[in-house]
Design a protein around this ligand. Structure first.
Ligand SMILES: Nc1nc2c(c(=O)[nH]1)N[C@H]1C(S)=C(S)[C@@H](COP(=O)(O)OP(=O)(O)OC[C@H]3O[C@@H](n4cnc5c(=O)[nH]c(N)nc54)[C@H](O)[C@@H]3O)O[C@H]1N2
Ligand SMILES: Nc1nc2c(c(=O)[nH]1)N[C@H]1C(S)=C(S)[C@@H](COP(=O)(O)OP(=O)(O)OC[C@H]3O[C@@H](n4cnc5c(=O)[nH]c(N)nc54)[C@H](O)[C@@H]3O)O[C@H]1N2
Ligand code: SF4
Ligand SMILES: [Mo]
Length: 696
């Protein structure tokens, strides 16, 4: 296939859902990948990879890698399968889809997210397939849509400071981000700035590795970021630290925002956020008097009810002080809006023709799978095709998700590398290629380079690319449109449009977008008004508040309440969402599923370090091991995610406890807006037990 050399160093791109989008060099000897390294010529990668992807060959040649199609032989969820041929599997799947679609194609639902971020192996041929079929559309909200919507309403798109210029900042706020764990290459730039005298401030309820290494850590309560941002504005106003010229020329709605901010004294915010008044005042002084100053916002702080408003409030701060005037100033949450991706050409929504299918929110998949047919909902979901995602592990309120996936009448197909928690519920599992085995093209949400990924090795076993699988299904469904014959290489070529650029990618493996150093030094925001929109008419038109405000969490701890502890569930450093949990060397580093607790919260519950505990609320029980340390603030517990259920204690993970509530903007999940109680475990545990996990 594709003339892959048997001995070579092949240029590629990391496929994972990580802002760093590293350039890879894969060493191949006699057709086998022996080493994966960072490309030293790519400035953002700088020859460095995280621990997870340094072990990519371990994942690729994992003894449990799926190597042939499988058909279920046991009850749903039991994980019992038998091998079948590709023809048998594809014929049977197409047959079943035809029967369901003949009645109503909306009963078919794709479920996919960012297992690979590649434009081709994610939504290209797959999207064409589901459009042609008229299947339900999927609202892909599971991660970033609250922040994305907020940024779009404020700055106009997912755009911001070019990451390389953070190295020139004199003040960096690392806000809702554990950069060392989840944005390593940004941390290297922050370190460079620090060496040059910059002050680093981390704003995070958890005392992360990153927080420890910053000059200041503001350990606010989860879901109180908008209150903090508004109090900072209050201080900028009363101390006259504003860039009034920038505000007058390049922003919209200042009078209204000013009025709101004046209601948020540092004292009031300190009460809500649970941090000292002096700390808020100092942060405001730093932000108001340091240039260049920049904010690295990440998605951690938008996983609560008011997550969208919080991002809007924070995104106003750079305009207030004119921080955008310098290239080392401003804010970065996501850079993905800078890329001219030709989505319609890749995904072909025109194939829908006259069909106007409903949209199902992936966040509430638990509820949706349990919905009967009704005039409001439409047909019951009867077929689910899952690729690039592991919903049984990562979607909120697992109890409902598992119940939905357990429906014997639901026809489920899972395209995967491994037999994940989700694959256990499949009727057919189809083995997919990894990044070392296929073509793809990548944009990034952390930098502004495009990367090309070439296959380094032939597919392992009988694995096929996602694109090939959907092409083969399209053929069996009788979809004759020539777009189903387009090759992956051609899809890579057309994804961003420019042939000339593609030649550069073929030669180098990466290329930088031509962008100004300080994109908003003189306004020019991609909003309807061209200004930074403190006030958004578009939100008002949707019946929403035009200015950002603090919205308290859905689940707020109250004295004497049933569930008195707030729980957040940020990523464990050596996993990537639920990916890599089955790579033994990485799982060994994480050791076991844990709940970090403040020693005082543990002491009053009789819990000592290392106890097996049950963490519970009305939605479920999660078993894990208590770790008492100062990473947890008082009243907040940290359930590090996201373990595979079947590799976790008693077959549970942290999403047993999270809710299917949605954020204020963007219809996103509220993983970190969750109350729980914790007690020493008193029930008999079934497998796996702690011992089994440690000795696996
Ligand atoms: N190693 C590793 N890297 C990853 C991932 C991973 O799972 N593992 N996930 C990837 C993905 S999918 C994404 S979306 C990105 C970004 O993923 P994020 O979810 O943004 O990941 P983190 O950088 O860990 O940032 C979350 C931080 O926000 C903090 N936090 C929680 N609640 C609040 C709050 O209310 N306010 C504030 N200020 N902070 C809060 C958490 O304690 C945590 O330290 O990272 C990617 N990179
Ligand atoms: N409690 C809690 N839950 C969370 C989060 C949290 O912080 N706390 N984080 C949330 C966030 S930010 C996100 S983004 C979601 C992520 O949720 P998902 O997008 O589901 O991410 P993963 O868990 O990494 O699962 C991706 C799966 O895709 C598979 N895969 C990778 N490449 C390919 C490919 O080329 N082809 C095919 N067919 N499969 C492939 C991998 O093997 C893996 O099993 O989880 C969310 N869930
Ligand atoms: S840091 Fe992120 S982009 Fe780089 S190799 Fe690791 S997961 Fe991939
Ligand atoms: Mo994410």
């Amino acid at each position: 296939m594709n003339n892959i050399p048997t001995t070579a160093v092949v240029r590629g791109a990391c496929p994972h859902d990580c802002p760093d989008t590293c350039a890879l060099l894969t060493t191949v000897e006699n057709g086998r990948a022996v080493k994966v390294q960072g490309n030293p010529n790519h400035a953002q990668t700088d020859g460095v990879l995280c621990t997870k992807v340094l072990r990519y060959t371990e994942r690729t040649y994992h003894p449990e890698r799926l190597l042939q199609p499988l058909r279920r032989v046991g009850p749903k969820g039991a994980g019992q399968f038998e091998p079948v041929s590709w023809d048998e599997a594809l014929d049977a799947i197409a047959e079943r889809l035809k029967v369901i679609a003949a009645h109503d194609p909306q009963a078919v639902l794709p479920y996919s997210y960012a297992g690979t971020m590649g434009l081709v192996q994610s939504e290209s041929v797959a999207a064409r397939f589901f459009h042609k079929l008229g299947a339900s559309l999927l609202d892909r909200t599971i991660c970033a849509s609250a922040g994305a919507e907020a940024l779009t309403q404020t700055l106009g798109n997912k755009v911001g400071t070019k990451v390389e210029f953070f190295a020139e900042s004199k003040l960096i706020l690392i806000w809702g981000s554990n950069s060392i764990g989840s944005n390593l290459h940004f941390w290297r730039l922050a370190q460079a700035a620090k060496r040059d005298g910059a002050k680093l401030v981390c704003i995070d309820p958890r005392r992360t590795e990153t927080a420890e290494k910053c000059h200041e850590h503001i350990a606010l309560r989860p879901g109180t970021d908008a209150a903090l941002a508004l109090a900072l504005m209050h201080e900028l106003i009363v101390n006259d630290w504003l860039d009034q010229d920038y505000i007058d020329r390049y922003t919209l709605g200042w009078a209204g925002l000013r009025e709101r901010a004046m209601q948020w004294t540092p004292e009031r915010a300190a009460e809500v956020c649970g941090v000292p008044v002096a700390q808020i005042k100092q942060l405001a002084r730093d932000w108001g008097t340091t240039q260049p100053a920049a904010i690295r916002l990440n998605y951690g702080m938008q996983r609560v009810r008011g997550g969208g408003n919080a991002v809007r409030a924070v995104a106003c701060l750079p305009a207030l002080t004119g921080a955008w005037r310098q290239r080392g100033g401003g804010l970065l949450l996501s850079s993905s809006g800078h890329f001219p991706v030709r989505r319609a050409a890749l995904q072909r929504p025109d194939l829908l023709g006259q069909q106007r299918p409903r949209t199902i929110n992936m966040t509430t998949i638990g509820d949706s799978l349990l919905q009967p047919a009704s005039p409001e909902f439409g047909p019951q979901i009867q077929a689910l095709l899952v690729y690039n995602s592991n919903p049984v592990a990562i979607a909120p309120e697992s109890g409902k998700v598992v119940q939905g996936f357990s429906r014997e009448d639901l026809f489920t197909v899972v395209l995967e590398h491994f037999q994940t928690d989700t694959a256990d519920y499949a009727d057919f599992i189809l083995p997919a290629t990894t990044q070392l085995e296929h073509w793809d093209i990548h944009t990034s949400y952390g930098h502004t380079d495009v990367l090309l990924n070439r296959p380094a090795i032939a597919p392992v076993g009988e694995a096929r690319t996602n694109t090939d699988i959907f092409r083969a299904l399209a053929q069996r469904m009788g979809f004759t449109d020539p777009c189903f014959a387009e090759s992956d290489e051609s899809l890579c070529r057309s994804a961003l449009g420019d042939e000339k650029d593609f030649e550069v990618l073929l030669a180098n493996g990466f290329a930088s977008l031509p962008l100004p150093d300080a994109p908003f030094a003189q306004g020019g925001f991609p909003t309807p008004s061209g200004r930074c929109e403190f006030f958004s008419q578009r939100l008002v038109d949707q019946g929403l508040d035009g200015w950002p405000d603090h919205l308290p969490n859905y689940e707020l701890a109250r004295p004497g309440g049933h569930y008195p502890l707030a729980m957040i569930s940020p990523p464990a450093r050596n996993f990537l969402n639920s990916s890599f949990v089955n790579v033994k060397s990485l799982r060994d580093i994480e050791a076991e599923p844990i709940l970090e607790m403040h020693p005082q919260d543990a002491a009053c519950r009789g819990i000592v370090d290392g106890d097996v505990v049950k963490v519970f609320n009305d939605r479920g029980i999660y078993h894990c091991k208590a770790r008492l340390n100062q990473r947890a603030r008082l009243g907040v517990v940290n359930g590090l995610g996201v373990w595979w259920r079947k590799l976790g204690l008693n077959g549970t993970n942290v999403n047993e406890l999270t809710s299917q509530n949605l954020t204020d903007l963007g219809r996103a999940p509220v993983f970190y807006d969750c109350l729980v109680e914790v007690a020493v475990n008193d029930s008999q545990l079934t497998a796996p037990t702690l011992k089994e996990i440690q000795h696996a």
